[in-house]
Design a protein around this ligand. Structure first.
Ligand code: MEV
Length: 329
């Protein structure tokens, strides 16, 4: 048996624009997905995914398309989640040079599915590591990050940046620009997260932004403006200038709105956090619903999020420097 865990993330800046080569800064947070892998003799793959949402559902899923899990989230989300797991297992089998062994996989995730907190990247990273080790090989982190990126790209039909998978593998705050990925030294940050209980379809949202960007020069300029803002944000992060960080997060949210990926519920939670004194707040991840992030999880911000009509769940979390972690059995 091999066990690995990997963190979710929030974007301080740059989601969507990163797909077009602009820089982005995601930060790993202390919500994790844990994966246990064990070989089995019959060559089959069985995935037992508990708590893939916060509703505490249990999923039994045996191999490709054989049986569909019966849980109350959209089919596209289930297909995506299991697409990541299956592709990650294939990737680990390739790394180990073992295409024949069966695998029992158990996933426990604290990260809501498809909500902008990097659940698929965390599950992918932890799965590749746990399965590789169950099959007798120990890839280094750079290899895991690379394979996890290829897994996301495959499942998202080529529409993925390296940001989520690199951040989940390495932990901390990272700067991603095209193929160039680096850790950034940051102060200890806390975040208030508001979750509307919904989710967005990442591939569809990335497509929608691409269409808008192709159609309107102003949308192309908006993507470039996000890149400019990320460069300013990086300096503010390094110097721990929280007022500027917050202001830039607010601006980033406005630009993402202009690209069409915010929602009424995300806007509502963003405004609740700002009015409670957060230096900045924005949606995080692909958008369309799911989670927003406010800088500083103060009591006032957390109370405001808890009472925001659109907020189904709120959590105070912190940046974690622990990326992929090999757990004791
Ligand atoms: C999704 O978490 C972030 C996007 O920028 C897509 C990606 O970077 O792959 C929307």
């Amino acid at each position: 048996m091999a066990t690995a865990s990997a963190p979710g993330k929030v974007y301080l800046f740059g989601e969507h624009a990163v797909v077009y080569g602009e820089p982005a800064i995601p930060c790993a947070i202390d919500l994790r997905a844990t994966v246990r892998a064990q070989t089995r003799d019959d060559g089959r793959v069985r995935v037992n995914a508990e708590d893939l949402t916060f509703d505490g559902v249990t999923v039994e899923y045996a191999g490709t398309g054989e049986s569909r899990p019966d849980i109350d989230v959209p089919d596209t989300l289930i297909d995506a989640a299991f697409g990541y797991v299956e592709t990650a297992i294939e990737s680990a089998r390739t790394l180990a040079g073992d295409a024949a062994s069966g695998i029992d996989l158990t996933i426990d995730s604290e990260i809501p599915l498809g909500a902008g907190l990097g659940s698929s990247a965390a599950v992918t990273v932890a799965t590749i590591d746990a399965v590789s080790r169950a099959l007798g090989t120990e890839p280094d982190r750079t290899t895991i990050a690379q394979q996890a990126y290829h897994t996301e790209r495959t499942v998202q039909d080529g529409r993925a940046s390296r940001a989520d998978t690199f951040c989940s593998t390495m932990g901390g705050a990272v700067r991603v620009e095209g193929d160039d990925c680096n850790r950034i030294d940051t102060p200890r940050l806390s975040f208030g997260i508001g979750y509307d209980g919904g989710s967005g379809d990442t591939a569809a949202l990335v497509d929608a932004v691409r269409t808008r960007r192709d159609q309107y020069q102003v949308a192309a300029s908006t993507v470039a403006a996000i890149g400019e803002l990320v460069r300013r944000g990086e300096s503010a992060l390094i110097t721990d200038d929280r007022a500027t960080l917050g202001e830039l997060m607010d601006m980033n949210h406005g630009l993402l709105s202009a690209l069409g990926v915010s929602s009424r519920t995300l806007d509502d939670m963003v405004w609740a956090a700002r009015e409670a004194g957060a230096p900045g707040a924005k949606l995080t991840g692909a958008g369309g619903g799911g989670c927003m992030v406010a800088l500083e999880a103060t009591d006032e911000v957390m109370t405001a999020l808890r009472h925001a009509p659109s907020c189904e769940q709120s959590f105070a979390t912190t940046l974690t420097t622990t990326g992929l972690r090999r757990e004791a059995e």
